[in-house]
Design a protein around this ligand. Structure first.
Ligand code: ADP
Length: 304
């Protein structure tokens, strides 16, 4: 995407996940949209391409454990701030007759302060060829910190980085829908690549079709837009390569669609970084997410 040495960073919040087991106990995992994408990018990219995570953690034992998990996965943690009186956010998956719901505890989450220090953030993103963030990254920040993040990303883009953004709209994280829409649009204005999901953008922005979603993000300034749509057709456009559609292979044995979009983003971006044309990169994204949704959990075993 650029002449810079390829170096990737995703920015956001990783949380502790408590996932119920059949015996009534819980598994403790680590997950979060932007972290999931870093994890799958690590899988999809050659080992020599650095993948970093940018966030903030506490200094307590569970923060240490999360950091250790990231390092063990081969993800760079140099740009994770440590904040002494904060900790990690937590969510629990509730299963009721097969229906999943999520309960969150993130009041004291350190990640909410990841954009508190403009100078620190500017140094963290410097020299990266690709930076990815999401609507959840934006939602957890105060208005002032959100403005800092977007300014720092705009500067990184002016310095040659590609910026990728997944709108990942979670209304309950925002004070109201209008604030969310405004922030997502501002984020798209600093992004080169926007990776929305039609089932979120359509109700929130009133897009009648995926082409409307593409047109709206192009108008905001994006040069690549890929509209995911669950099992349905992927619609995309690139400023030079033009409009592309792709029909994902049907997956009949879906187990858990958690991280479908996050892993799609990783497969797509990794393929683009290696020079793949749009349709091939979308196929790579769809193939990776098809593997992910056949297994339980956000971060699945891809060995073999
Ligand atoms: P998100 O997790 O962001 O809501 P989607 O549900 O749109 O993302 O899914 C992202 C990608 O995952 C899709 O573009 C598709 O390639 C793949 N995918 C998701 N659900 C299915 C499914 N039921 N069958 C086949 N592929 C799927």
């Amino acid at each position: 995407m650029t002449d810079m040495q390829t170096e990737i960073m995703t920015i956001g919040e990783c949380m502790v996940e408590l996932a119920p087991r059949e015996d009534g106990a819980f598994n403790r995992n680590f997950a979060g949209d932007t972290f999931n994408t870093a994890w799958y990018l690590r899988h999809a990219l050659p080992a020599e391409t650095p993948v970093h995570y940018c966030s903030a953690l506490g200094t307590d034992r569970i923060s240490e454990r999360m950091l250790g998990f990231m390092r063990q996965a081969g993800i760079g943690t140099d740009r994770i701030r440590r904040i002494a009186d904060r900790t990690v956010g937590l969510y629990m998956i509730e299963l009721d007759k097969g229906e999943r719901s999520f309960i969150y505890w993130r009041d004291r989450s350190a990640a909410k302060l990841l954009a508190e220090d403009r100078e620190w953030l500017a140094v963290a993103v410097a020299g990266k060829s690709l930076l990815l963030f999401s609507g959840i990254t934006l939602a957890i920040l105060s208005d002032d910190h959100r403005a800092i993040l977007l300014e720092v990303l705009a500067k990184a883009r002016a310095d040659g980085a590609s910026i990728a953004f997944d709108p990942n709209m979670r209304l309950r994280l925002w004070p109201d829908a209008e604030t969310m829409r405004r922030a997502v649009t501002q984020a798209a204005e600093v992004a080169d690549v926007v990776l929305p999901s039609f089932d979120e953008d359509s109700p929130n922005f009133g897009d009648a079709s995926p082409e409307d979603t593409i047109a709206r993000y192009f108008k905001a300034g994006a040069s690549t837009v890929v509209v995911k749509n669950g099992a349905g057709r992927v619609f995309a456009r690139h400023a030079q390569e033009g409009a592309v559609t792709f029909d994902p292979q049907p997956v009949t044995d879906v187990v858990d669609t958690t991280a479908a979009g996050d892993s799609f983003n990783a497969g797509f971006l990794a393929a683009r970084l290696s020079g793949a044309p749009m349709v091939e990169a979308i196929a790579k994204g769809a193939a990776l997410s098809a593997r992910v949704i056949r297994q339980r959990g956000a971060l699945v075993d891809l060995a073999g």
